[in-house]
Ligand binder design. Structure first.
Ligand SMILES: Nc1nc2c(c(=O)[nH]1)N=C([C@H](O)[C@H](O)COP(=O)(O)OP(=O)(O)OP(=O)(O)O)CN2
Length: 150
């Protein structure tokens, strides 16, 4: 009988952002220590002697995908909505070396949606992305579930 198992890998990254138009302090540039939980599912490999025997997907492979698609581009970056004014900072390439421009408001919700698209495109065919949970603070998170978005 087919047995589907879920596996989860947890990541952390630091990123600054601003929410233009927001009625509160978050309209100013500020930073978060984000935590991202990535859950994928599939049938464990049952090929005896195979390197991936007993695994849905090697945690190391999942880590490499998420590192490449999400963590490396965003860790220690400043995420700004396209059109935001940053001219007041000047033109210091050290200071502004890692600005990530996005066409959407950089909320936790929009980030987790963006991550789902990036990660989904890189997983092997036999593995499904089940859910993402992105903590923006200790008390606030957004979740994406494949089952909500069929
Ligand atoms: N639905 C959303 N609401 C808010 C978002 C968001 O992405 N989605 N983002 C922010 C700010 O970025 C803010 O930094 C985080 O909000 P909040 O949890 O209110 O932060 P606090 O430190 O004030 O949390 P407390 O634990 O309640 O002190 C705002 N809203």
């Amino acid at each position: 009988m087919k047995q589907i198992i879920r596996i989860t890998k947890i990541f952390r990254f630091e990123m600054a952002h601003a929410l233009p138009g927001y009625n509160g302090l978050c309209r100013h540039i500020h930073g978060h220590s984000y935590q991202l939980e990535v859950t994928a599912s599939g049938e464990p490999d049952n090929r005896p002697g195979h390197g991936g025997e007993g695994m849905v997907l090697d945690f190391a492979e999942l880590k490499a995908i998420v590192q490449q698609e999400v963590i490396q581009p965003l860790d220690h970056a400043l995420m700004l909505k396209e059109g935001s004014m940053v001219s007041f900072i000047g033109n210091d390439s050290e200071l502004l070396g890692k600005i990530v421009w996005v066409p959407w408001q950089p909320t936790c919700e929009n980030m987790v949606l963006d991550f789902s698209r990036r990660i989904n495109g890189k997983l092997p065919e036999h593995v499904q992305l089940c859910s993402l949970k992105l903590y923006e603070t200790d008390t606030s998170y957004a979740e994406w579930y494949a089952s909500d978005n069929l």
